[in-house]
Design a protein around this ligand. Structure first.
Ligand SMILES: Cc1ncc(C[n+]2csc(CCOP(=O)(O)OP(=O)(O)O)c2C)c(N)n1
Ligand SMILES: [Mg+2]
Length: 814
């Protein structure tokens, strides 16, 4: 603006208040800028590994922060340090602690040193892993590095407000007051101009427009994505022009779109005030395109921008730097003879900021290096004692000296030296050796907590803490289609948990393509049982965001084959929530899908190896029937962890006995079921293929082979009590069957059973695996027969194992 407009606005508050808030903004902008400048130097001098900073984006973030209220959420990226400082969720000292990778969560609360600097998060859980009152703080979901990876979750964070505002009972329940005040919370998204090229950005933008959720999406447009300029990224060289068709009209809902400039403080403040008021009140999505932003230091510490920016551009970046412009604006401001500050006063603020950043940086460095000193001192004492008693003392002394001379040694340096020393005295019998050995082991254990804890929830609601409840049956139970058991189970869950929501493609009006939600939308309403667009990535994003705000979403992916569209967000975001915040956040999202056998290349996939290898941090349940699937849902609803449940696609019309305790029975995770006992051979399988193994086991009995049949039930976690190794003690033979490609999930199971459970010890025959062909499954019944393991394949494979061990009793079939 429009100084005039701002001057008009200032007349509504007294000048002193206005002036103070501008001065506060100038202070914080200066502080944040200094942190960027000094941060880069820390990396270039080798004290930190990598740096990516928010210089150039300060003013826009200060304007945004004025509108950020308690209970609101951010989902953004690595340039947002000023916003995080302005909402009181980041100090300069914490910022540097992150840069140095300080592992103490009280010093580095974003990620306890696990994420590179510039990845922001608030602590939304208490030390027990339970929710804090999110309405008493300003919240930021934890950042991830993949560009636009923040987008899908942003949709869910915004949608939660819509659910809370419109849900018939939830907003009045005491338990949900820590998440919402009538759904008035706004979700703030930030993204760089170049990252808007990514698919998840477009998918999220479209979905938020359809859903009409209170989302304020800011694009920090500095014209570059590393070295690639905007015209190579965006149609019409402008994201707001490209999205102009999303603009709402009088009779068609859509977006409200604002365009402003990153150096124009007054216009930024005015824009955010309007934009956020609209989103909060009317629950509409808003786009704020912040143009003319710069990167004073270039993209990151990995290179210099002089390589790809023209001289003219670099000159513009200096001239239009937002802090320079802010300063000019302050100095030229005058209302009724009142001025905000003099040049000297601004200089003093900047000097003060320099000093404060230097002091806080030094304090962070001291805390970081102090935290390593005890380890170093202890290691040196123990190593010296070993050197004194060893015939190898001279060589050990060299290791000690090298460590003593090292500049700021870190844990790696200390442990490397200590472990090398221990190796040198491996054949000596000196008392100091066992002290060093014990010390090394205790440090390795301690570092597990630092670097590997919280892959899963460590709260009392962790899935493994919840006990199973068996389904109960009448003496002659009714036999029902599997889908009815699931449907009736959903009915109980939706009734029991008002915060439960089910959504996905065709999940609403028709109750799912397999009718597992038949009638549920009529009974529980369109808000709780909802159809979505065809957009797997943001269906998961909706789930993550809503789960982060206290809701219990069950997101449907129509077929397992289409999970691939969502694997990025599952792997990068959902699976890492607990780990990347060291227990500071959680997203207990349940994903329901169906897979394995049906027909054709994209309706019968079983890419389990891909799934279990990319989703560590989640649980993966592979039930063989719908009663088992229901049991997993019931247990997971009591837990606070994310999980994927893959229903067997060919089982919805298969008859199952109807339990009498639908909604109450619970299936434990990590506990295989021995479905049939036997003595000759252990067959391990899961899901649809397991049901073929059951038929094969009957046929094998006719051939004189008594198979022990084990359904692993969950791949993650896998057989936590080593039931399979116990079975091998009895049978001494192992066949693993599934319908993934070769060396997919079978290789995983083989490693777990033979190596982790030490199953090799009990084997008398070579372990065998039987999986699908390495191509996608061909269409039709014959296509299935020749693509996936069939009953004959299983029988013959098992028989061949027995033939090899006893050719007389089991003569060759062929
Ligand atoms: C999926 C993915 N691809 C590539 C990268 C590497 N990368 C990091 S930042 C970046 C450029 C992003 O540019 P922009 O969105 O304009 O943000 P800016 O850094 O300019 O603020 C790239 C390519 C990444 N982090 N993630
Ligand atoms: Mg950019």
């Amino acid at each position: 603006m429009a100084k005039d407009t701002l001057q008009e606005a200032t007349q509504t508050v007294d000048f002193e208040t206005f002036k103070n808030s501008v001065i506060e903004d100038f202070k914080l902008a200066s502080l944040s800028r200094e942190a960027s400048l000094l941060g880069r130097r820390e990396v270039l001098t080798g004290k930190a590994k990598f740096g990516i900073f928010g210089d150039g984006k300060e003013l826009a973030q200060l304007a945004l922060a004025k509108q950020f209220q308690n209970g609101d959420f951010r989902s953004g990226y690595y340039r947002d340090q000023t916003l995080m400082m302005a909402i009181d969720q980041l100090t300069v000292q914490q910022y540097f602690a992150g840069l140095y990778a300080h592992t103490d969560v009280t010093v580095e609360p974003q990620s306890a040193g696990r994420q590179m600097g510039g990845h922001f998060a608030t602590r939304n859980l208490d030390d027990n892993g339970d929710w804090k009152n999110l309405m008493e703080q300003k919240n930021s979901s934890a950042d991830i590095s993949p560009t636009a990876g923040q987008m899908p979750r942003l949709l869910g964070l915004a949608q939660a407000s819509k659910i809370y505002r419109n849900h018939p009972t939830l907003k009045d329940l005491e338990a949900f007051k820590k998440f919402t005040n009538g759904g008035n919370e706004v979700a703030f998204g930030t993204i760089g101009d170049a990252s808007t090229s990514e698919g998840p950005f477009w998918e999220t933008i479209n979905a938020a427009g359809v859903l009409q959720v209170p989302m304020v999406m800011s694009v920090w447009d500095d014209g570059y994505g590393i070295s690639v300029s905007r015209e190579n990224q965006t149609t019409k060289d402008s994201i707001s022009e490209a999205l102009a068709g999303m603009q709402r009209t009088k009779d068609k809902p859509g977006y409200e779109i604002f365009v402003t400039k990153g150096w124009d403080y007054a216009h930024l403040c005015e824009t955010y005030e309007k934009a956020v008021a609209l989103a909060r009140k009317e629950h509409i999505p808003v786009l704020v395109h912040v143009k003319e932003v710069n990167q004073p230091q270039g993209h990151s510490t990995s290179g210099s921008h002089e390589r790809y920016k023209s001289e003219e551009r670099l000159k513009w970046e200096t001239e239009f730097d937002c802090i320079n412009k802010f300063q000019e604006w302050i100095l030229s401001f005058e209302a009724d003879g009142n001025k905000i500050a003099t040049a000297e006063e601004l200089k003093a603020i900047q000097n003060e900021a320099k000093k404060s950043v230097r002091d806080q940086k030094n304090a962070a460095w001291k805390a970081f290096t102090d935290s390593l000193k005890a380890d170093l001192a202890e290691a040196l004492v123990l190593m010296k004692e070993v050197a004194a008693g060893s015939s190898n003392g001279v060589f050990i002394q060299k290791e000690i000296e090298a460590l003593e001379k090292a500049m700021d040694p870190i844990r790696k340096d200390i442990l490397t030296a200590a472990r090398k020393v221990l190796r040198k005295v491996r054949s000596e019998n000196i008392p100091a050796k066992s002290a060093l050995s014990a010390w090394i082991q205790s440090k390795i254990e301690g570092n597990f907590e630092r670097y590997s804890s919280h892959l899963h929830s460590q709260s009392s609601s962790a899935a493994l803490n919840i006990e199973a409840v068996a389904p109960t049956y009448e003496s002659e139970p009714a036999m029902e289609d599997g889908r009815l058991i699931l449907r009736d189970n959903y009915d109980v869950l939706l009734d029991k948990y008002p915060e439960a929501l089910v959504f996905g493609e065709d999940a609403g009006k028709i109750g799912g393509v397999n009718q597992t939600l038949e009638g549920m939308q009529d009974k529980y309403g369109e808000l709780r049982v909802a159809d979505t667009g065809i957009r797997e990535c943001t269906i998961i994003g909706q789930g993550i965001g809503m789960a982060m705000r206290g809701l219990r979403p069950i997101a449907e992916i129509q077929y397992l084959d289409y999970l691939l569209y969502a694997v990025q967000v599952l792997s990068d975001d959902l699976s890492t929530v607990q780990y990347r915040t060291k227990g500071g956040q959680k997203a207990p999202l349940i994903i329901s899908t169906r897979g394995h056998r049906l027909e054709g290349i994209w309706h019968s996939g079983s890419p389990m190896g891909m799934i279990i290898n990319s989703l560590r941090g989640m649980h993966v349940c592979v039930p063989r029937n719908m009663t088992k699937a229901a049991g997993f849902y019931n247990l997971l609803m009591e837990a606070d962890e994310p999980a994927l449940v893959i229903e067997p696609l060919n089982g919805y019309r298969t008859k199952e006995p109807r339990p009498t305790n639908i909604g109450a029975f619970k299936e434990a995770l990590g506990v295989p079921e021995i479905v049939k006992e036997g003595s000759d051979l252990t067959i391990v399988s899961y899901g649809s293929t397991f049901n073929l193994c059951e038929v094969a086991a009957k046929q094998l009995l006719e051939l004189g082979i008594n198979v022990e049949l084990i359904d692993v039930q969950t791949l993650l976690p896998f057989d936590i009590n080593h039931i399979i190794a116990d079975s091998l003690k009895k049978t001494n033979r192992l066949l693993i069957v599934d319908e993934d490609v070769s060396s997919g999930a079978t290789a995983f199971m083989l490693d777990k059973i033979l190596v982790e459970q030490k199953g090799y010890y009990h084997l008398d025959s070579a372990p065998e695996t039987l999986s699908a062909k390495d191509h996608r499954p061909a269409y039709g019944t014959d296509g299935d027969y020749f693509s996936k393991p069939n009953i004959e394949d299983i029988v013959e494979k098992a028989y061949a194992i027995m033939h090899e061990s006893n050719p007389t009793e089991f003569p060759s079939i062929y």
